[in-house]
Ligand binder design. Structure first.
Ligand code: FEO
Length: 394
């Protein structure tokens, strides 16, 4: 296969995982993913930037074989999570002279997770440099993109940023660089929503930190490489800094149709008032699509029927996940139906502990909706439209 290179002497040696469909036993991967690893040759030394998921270590070692790599001096580990660090042990077996270059916190995590020998490491502080001869790495500590130990590695002479999870996307493709920005935008937004959004404040700080670096190429460790970095930097800026949009996210579950009737009515009432809606049936919804919608929706309205005195478990699960992802939601409400009672409202509002939106009056009714209930839904739509307008959400 043709060798993929960012520059002469900077080879992509990672693995494309076309068929993986689930990450962290939670996140659907409709388009697969990749575990990018890069071999950087200097005039004196050679470094491997990140490794691959151990399930695909043969791809990495095969690529190194093909390139007839006899010496690796450094394995730069930007992040201890196993999809990037998990093949370090096999690399150290093949290249026992290599030192693992990482943050001090990452060192401890690698010892815990991979039981690496304590003598295998060279830890680097924020701003430290490492010369390969004619090429120089600068290490920038970037905590919480995605774990507390993460860093990014900047190759000065080539102006390449090796960003690991930061700016990544779960997208398998054979080409090295972004081919279709629309497709990558959705994959990267899904990735941001699922992985980065809980750390939005840290992402802002790390984005600001990178402003001082001239960057020609961003080479993440998932998904395609960016030869137009302003595309992904601009997208991140909008997700991190912009106001939420004039959008209601409406995940719902309905057993016998009453809650669905309410959802349909509310959607119509919102649209009439100029509010956009993203509606998801939780019995079939892809949680990644909900994560995408959470990145910039201003309001969450949960539609749930009542099961055993509380919210339907699918509805509770959706709210649990939304709360964990810490979106910038400003408003929330609940609509739905019960047969004889329940504590759904208290249960669901009590779960929104991280995001603390203003809770708008729920419409939670007995049986199937009456004219008065539809009027209450109209009133909820009116309140939402007014709140969005007052805040200038577009
Ligand atoms: Fe791709 Fe946080 O690992």
């Amino acid at each position: 296969m043709k060798r993929l290179q960012i520059r002469p002497g900077i080879d992509a040696v990672g693995a494309i995982d076309w068929d993986r469909r689930l990450f962290d036993a939670l996140i659907p991967l409709p388009d697969g993913t990749s575990y990018n690893s890069y071999l950087v040759h200097g005039s004196d030394k050679t470094a491997l930037v990140d490794t691959v998921d151990p399930a695909m270590d043969m791809v990495l070692t095969g690529n190194l074989d093909d390139l007839k790599v006899e010496q690796i001096d450094y394995v730069i580990c930007n992040h201890a999570e196993q999809d990037h660090a998990g093949s370090i042990p096999i690399i150290l077996e093949l290249y026992p002279e290599a030192k693992v270059v990482c943050t001090p916190k990452c060192r401890g995590m690698l010892i815990d997770l991979l039981h690496l020998d304590e003598g295998s490491f060279m830890t680097v502080n924020d701003g430290d440099t490492l010369s390969l001869g004619n090429r120089t790495f600068e290490f920038i500590h970037a905590p919480w993109v995605h774990w507390p130990e993460t860093m990014v590695s900047y190759l000065r002479e080539d102006r390449v940023l090796f960003s690991c999870d930061f700016f990544g996307s779960h997208l398998a493709q054979s080409a090295l660089y972004v081919q279709d920005e629309g497709q990558v935008y959705e994959s990267a937004k899904r990735y941001f929503g699922e992985i980065m959004m809980p750390f939005r404040a840290n992402i802002k700080k790390n984005m600001e930190r990178l402003e001082g670096y001239p960057i020609d190429v961003i080479a993440p460790s998932h998904g395609p490489v960016y030869d137009r970095p302003e595309f992904i930097l601009g997208a991140y800026k909008s997700w991190v800094y912009d106001n939420p949009r004039n959008v209601v996210l409406l995940p719902y579950v309905s057993m016998h149709g009453s809650t669905k009737d309410m959802v349909d009515h509310l959607v119509g009432a919102l649209v009439e008032r100029g509010v956009n809606v993203r509606q998801f049936d939780l019995t079939v919804a892809d949680p990644g699509k909900i994560a995408i919608a959470l990145v910039d929706s201003a309001t969450l309205v949960l539609g749930t029927c009542t099961v055993l005195g509380g919210a339907h478990p699918l509805a509770a699960n959706a709210v649990f996940l939304a709360n964990a992802l810490r979106p910038d939601l400003k408003y929330a409400s609940i609509i739905g139906s019960f047969g004889w009672g329940g504590r759904t409202i208290e249960q669901i509002t009590g779960m929104l502990t991280n995001i603390k939106p203003e809770v708008l009056p729920p419409v939670y009714i007995k049986g199937s909706p009456s004219e008065a209930d539809y009027a209450a839904l109209d009133a909820l739509a009116e309140t939402i439209a007014l709140k969005h307008r007052e805040n200038g959400y577009k």
